[in-house]
Write a protein that binds this ligand. Structure first.
Ligand code: GRF
Length: 212
């Protein structure tokens, strides 16, 4: 299933990963958006039968906005600073997704805690990517946490989202070795190479498993 030198958890075969129906995705991102672009690229190259209907971002200067413009993907800024509660922000998110006929939600570097508002609207249909082998190193600074713990390997996880942070059913994981001279930047760069692959496979797995 993979030609990566790094270990990826075995899930479905290539044939099983193929989606027969085009899945309508809504993506949420707060920063650079490299995972968002990896999804868009997989779609453009025919590796993922999906369409990104809309991107929601929350930081006005996030680089992900430029990526969306370049890729011609509609995007909406929902600045969390303008909402009184987390619930109010999530209600606005749901409104945007529903009006764009979104079926599955992908949190691709969304740096806000989400609430039941989003999960009720999309039960078992919200996917997240996290830069560690969960359940190790939950929360922010997962890459730094792994370095501080002096573990020999870390990696990334794609999982379904529930109310607990970085929890929920694990869909796929990839292992990345920690090298002696690694800084958080060099390690995160190598983790991201794996993220860009498993985010795509994780979406396929989630959709396939929901049909079983
Ligand atoms: C990724 O490392 C992801 O695991 C974490 O936030 C980062 C987002 O990166 N949740 P990018 O914005 O997709 O480049």
């Amino acid at each position: 299933m993979t030609n990566s030198p790094y270990l990826v958890s075995p899930c479905l075969t290539k044939e099983q990963l193929e989606l027969t129906k085009t899945v309508k995705l809504g993506v949420m991102a707060s920063g650079s958006g490299s995972n968002f672009e990896a999804i868009a690229q997989a779609i453009n190259e025919g590796r993922l039968n999906a369409k990104i209907e809309v991107l929601i971002y929350n930081n006005p200067n996030a680089k992900v906005k430029e990526r969306a413009s370049r890729l011609n993907i509609p995007c909406v800024l929902l600045n969390h600073r303008h909402y009184k509660t987390r619930e109010a922000l999530d209600q606005a998110i749901v409104e945007v997704f529903r009006s764009n006929q979104v079926e599955w939600v992908v949190m691709a570097g969304w740096m806000r805690i989400i609430t039941q508002e989003l999960l009720n609207a999309y039960p078992q249909k919200v996917i997240n990517i996290h830069p560690s082998i969960l359940p190790s190193f939950k929360g922010i600074n997962a890459v730094e946490q792994a370095l501080e713990a002096k573990v020999k390997v870390t990696g990334c996880t794609v999982h379904l989202v529930d109310l607990e942070v970085d929890s929920g059913k694990i869909l796929i994981q990839a292992v990345v070795p920690i090298l002696p001279d690694d800084t958080s930047d060099t390690l995160h760069d190598r983790i991201q190479v794996q993220e860009h692959r498993i985010i795509v496979e994780g979406i396929s797995i989630a959709v396939q498993e929901s049909l079983e």
